[in-house]
Design a protein around this ligand. Structure first.
Ligand code: HSE
Length: 373
């Protein structure tokens, strides 16, 4: 059995990964060891068998005895530990949810329904580092899988609506605290049917502007507002999140940079879980009907759930609330645009903690386990 170490399993992506692995009985096929950066000797998570206590995540000798290490701990951990292991001659598989290694030549960004062939080539050529992609990129590629397979896309403009959970556990708490503060500010007026709506609006706006409004993690109100900035800024005016959209998508698809141009604006919205994107796409062909495009998108993989472009279906099936906690990649609002017959737009939403983070890593681990058997 493969000996597999897990680091960062208690964090948000790590917890979702544990949940999925338990649900799919993945732990039956491996011999897991759990590590901690802070509670060495503590209790390992329940995986249905005895796995001993938590080990030290910086103990290179023990790490180097493993066949595979799965980390959802973050880039700082990767930067500190992986070079030490490699320079000590460790030749095991490193599976990583963080972004640090993604663009390295000796790392493959894993999204096996899209790039299984690249993964297989990587495995045969001895590549040992396999990294999960940026969540919005992975969700976009799964939603547009059919259009990519048919080589129909010239460029994509993506406008994202990213959930608070993409920024971390503290940010989820802060969004809820912000929502509570806004409600509390207006509660007595909300309870009074005769209260003026402008008075309610005034109270809420005052609260949004108050120095005491909780915004330690976001740096701005998110409840009752949006934040059109995610991650660091780059010199060209993009944010890093926007830059990732283009570079990672092309790398996952095995294309040279900018083969398919992807650019847009990434926006944090007051959603708890699941990232949405409105995509404007220039197709390479202008002769396809919407019905044909729908078929191409809908049939691409088992997770795409095509939603008809009407209000009832959209409200029921094309929202973060409806897809959260599922592996569905909902795609809808498909329409032609007035700019010309080759332009379409659509809206897509998927759970960024599942297909956007945990699931590609879980599946990559299973690919390794199959090979090892
Ligand atoms: N970079 C992403 C975000 C994380 O900030 O939403 C993926 O969930």
């Amino acid at each position: 059995m493969m000996k597999v170490g897990f680091i960062g399993w208690r964090g948000m992506v790590g917890s979702v990964l544990m949940e999925r692995m338990r649900a799919e009985s993945d732990f039956n096929a491996i011999s897991p060891v759990f590590f901690s950066t802070s509670s060495v000797g503590g209790e390992s998570p329940y995986v249905g068998k005895d796995v001993g206590v938590l080990q030290d995540a910086y103990e290179c000798k023990l790490l180097a005895s493993l066949d595979c290490i799965v980390t959802t701990q973050g880039s700082d951990y990767t930067k500190e530990v992986l070079p030490k292991l490699r320079s000590a001659g460790w030749n095991g598989y490193w599976l990583d949810a963080s972004s640090g290694l993604r663009m390295d030549d000796d790392a493959i960004i894993v999204l096996d329904p899209i790039n299984r062939q690249l993964i297989e080539q990587g495995l045969s050529s001895g590549i040992k580092n396999y990294v999960g992609g940026n969540c919005t990129v992975s969700l976009m590629l799964l939603g547009l899988d059919g259009l990519f397979k048919a080589d129909l896309i010239e460029w994509i403009s993506s406008m994202t609506y990213q959930a608070a959970s993409g920024a971390g556990a503290n940010n989820i708490r802060e969004l809820l605290k912000q929502s509570g503060a806004l409600y509390a500010a207006a509660k007595d007026l909300l309870d009074d049917k005769n209260a003026s709506i402008l008075d309610i609006d005034y109270r809420v706006t005052q609260e949004l502007h108050s120095a005491n409004f909780p915004q330690q993690y976001f740096g701005a109100p998110l409840a009752g507002s949006v934040i059109p900035w995610i991650d660091a800024g780059l010199e060209n005016g993009q944010t890093k999140e926007e830059w990732k959209g283009g570079v990672e998508a092309n790398k996952i698809l095995g294309y040279t940079p900018d083969t398919v141009k992807v650019d847009g604006t990434c926006v944090r919205v007051g959603v708890l879980r699941s990232h949405s994107q409105a995509l404007t796409i220039k197709l390479k062909r202008s002769d396809l009907s919407l019905a044909e495009i729908e078929q191409i998108i809908a049939k691409a993989n088992p997770w795409v759930k095509f939603v008809a472009n009407n209000k009832a279906d959209t409200l029921r099936e094309l929202t973060p609330a409806s897809v959260s906690g599922t592996l569905d990649i909902a795609v809808g609002r498909l329409k032609s645009l007035k700019f010309g017959p080759e332009y379409i737009s659509l809206f897509t939403v998927g759970d960024q903690l599942l297909w956007g983070a945990a699931e590609p890593l879980r599946r990559m681990l299973n690919i390794l386990v199959e090979k090892h058997a």
